[in-house]
Ligand binder design. Structure first.
Ligand code: 9MR
Length: 477
């Protein structure tokens, strides 16, 4: 029998509400089911929300600071963020006891502003750990590790939903423990200590062990399995992160079965760092193969109720770590360098039940093929659509289209019933009352005539009535 979990897993709002969908559709019959089925998911985020899964992305702090297009895409397409580097030890505690959280805070703040969850990465790793840590004596190293975990877990308690507590602790050969400074100085017990510390510091966060090349069943994943078993027996582990830095055409054939055996331990599984590299330059056939590989991974996660989600390791191909480490390889992600969508984007969206309405739209650029003339006398036009309704809530998408050059916009509407916004992204203002007045976020206000941008929000509707689609007025700022 599985041991009783000693901690209350943080159940996110999204998870709770999506649970209601199933019950409500079953109880209320065809009306609601039809309504749910007709909701069209046109973004990865919408599709993931409807499945109650995370679609995450590794966020690069510099791009988040410097690029409005990057910010808009991250806010629109993803419901979960991981700091690609900003939460690692070298970024957060570069010298003993001197913590710097500017970058990590910016990413967590962005997630909160945009209604996104955060998967934290990572407390204990043999890379990107400063030399002052590596040079400590065994007892000082243990003290530093406990202090580091306590400091980060306490700082982000309630704001980071899950943590990669230890990263890459197993070696690439024979399933042995990685011969890192951690192992050499502290022995295997450092792993248990790290999890005990994290559990005590933030009892509600989900705790993961994370590694690469464990997607199929092999000596390395067998070792992770036995470590996981030991941690589960102590009530210290909630999930296993399968990084999934894959090579074109090489999604392991037994990946789903391998993940399932971890689920059978009572664990969540998560694809934590997905990218699928190929030899560059890519031709159309390779991009199609990549799309099919991505779809396979998306389907595996969809098939497993306990797969908490997929995080892709970067936004655009040019942002990826791959070419720097594997010369001649690259193009491993879902977006091109101009933010246009690759075939792999479409295949993931389709696998998770969504439909691409305009595959070539780039945030902040003109929609190709738009033929509808702008209404006269109005500087902008705004519409709302229900993305995924459930009994007592819904996720909406909003679109603002500029009919003239805009430096900002304000939209307004009044809810006819009990609908009230609970959280919103890419829009700010007076949002929570019966009358909503919202303006552009810092990054999506400047639109040339003909361009569109999007925003989104979740509502509650306690009375269980059908989610309404009010008429929206839009005025230039
Ligand atoms: O993508 C990260 C890259 O920017 C860093 O330079 C690199 C340093 O080691 O780490 C990369 O992310 C790694 C992640 O933290 C752990 N799994 C492997 C990832 C790719 O190397």
């Amino acid at each position: 029998m599985l041991p009783t979990r000693t901690h209350q897993s943080r159940t996110r709002r999204r998870a709770l509400l999506a649970g209601v969908v199933t019950v409500a559709t079953a109880a209320l019959g065809i009306g609601l089911s039809t309504q749910f089925a007709s909701a069209q998911q046109t973004t990865l985020r919408g599709a993931a929300d409807a499945l109650n899964k995370d679609i995450g992305v590794a966020v690069n702090y510099n791009l988040l600071q410097s690029s409005a297009q990057y910010r808009e895409l991250v806010a629109t397409e993803f419901n979960s963020l991981t700091a690609e580097n900003a939460m690692k030890w070298d970024a957060t505690e570069p010298s003993d006891g001197n913590y710097t959280f500017t970058q990590a805070d910016a990413i967590v703040d962005f997630a909160e502003d945009n209604g996104q969850t955060v998967h934290g990465h990572t407390f204990v790793w043999h890379q990107q750990t400063p030399s002052w840590v590596q040079n400590l004596s065994a007892s000082a190293l243990q003290t530093a590790m406990v202090d580091h975990i306590n400091t980060l877990a306490n700082r982000y308690e309630g704001r980071v939903d899950s943590w990669d507590v230890v990263n890459e602790v197993v070696s690439d050969s024979n399933g042995a423990m990685r011969d890192s400074f951690w192992l050499q100085k502290l022995g295997e017990g450092y792993i248990t200590t790290a999890f005990q510390t994290a559990r005590a510091a933030d009892p509600n966060a989900d705790l993961y062990i994370n590694d690469y090349s464990i997607e199929g069943q092999n000596a390395k994943s067998n070792k992770i399995y036995s470590i996981a078993q030991g941690l589960v027996n102590q009530g210290l582990l909630d999930g296993v992160g399968f990084q999934s830095h894959l090579i074109l055409g090489q999604v392991p054939s037994d990946m789903e079965a391998n993940l399932q055996r971890f689920v059978n331990l009572g664990l969540k599984v998560r694809i934590t760092e997905l990218d699928i590299r190929l030899q560059t330059p890519a031709d159309a056939n390779e991009l199609a193969q990549q799309a099919s590989d991505y779809a396979r991974v998306a389907n595996i996660c969809k098939n497993l109720a306990d797969c908490s989600g997929i995080t892709v390791w970067g936004v655009r191909d040019g942002d990826s770590w791959v070419p720097g480490v594997f010369p001649g390889y690259g193009a491993p992600l879902l977006f091109n360098d101009d933010y246009s969508k690759k075939p792999a984007y479409t295949s993931v969206l389709n696998a998770w039940g969504g439909t691409v309405t305009n595959p070539t739209t780039t945030p902040g650029t003109t929609t190709p093929g738009t033929t509808t003339p702008p209404p006269t006398g109005s500087g902008c036009t705004a519409t709302l659509s229900v993305q995924s309704p459930w009994n007592t809530g819904a996720t909406y998408a909003g679109t603002v289209k500029a009919n003239q050059n805009l430096s900002g916009w304000t939209v307004s509407w009044t809810w006819p019933g009990s609908e009230r916004i609970s959280n919103a992204w890419s829009i700010q203002g007076t949002l929570t009352g019966a009358t909503v007045t919202g303006s552009n976020a810092a990054y999506n206000g400047t639109l040339a005539s003909g361009q569109s941008t999007t925003f989104g929000f979740n509502i509650t509707k306690p009375d269980g009535a059908t989610a309404s689609v009010p008429t929206v007025t839009c005025t230039p700022a």
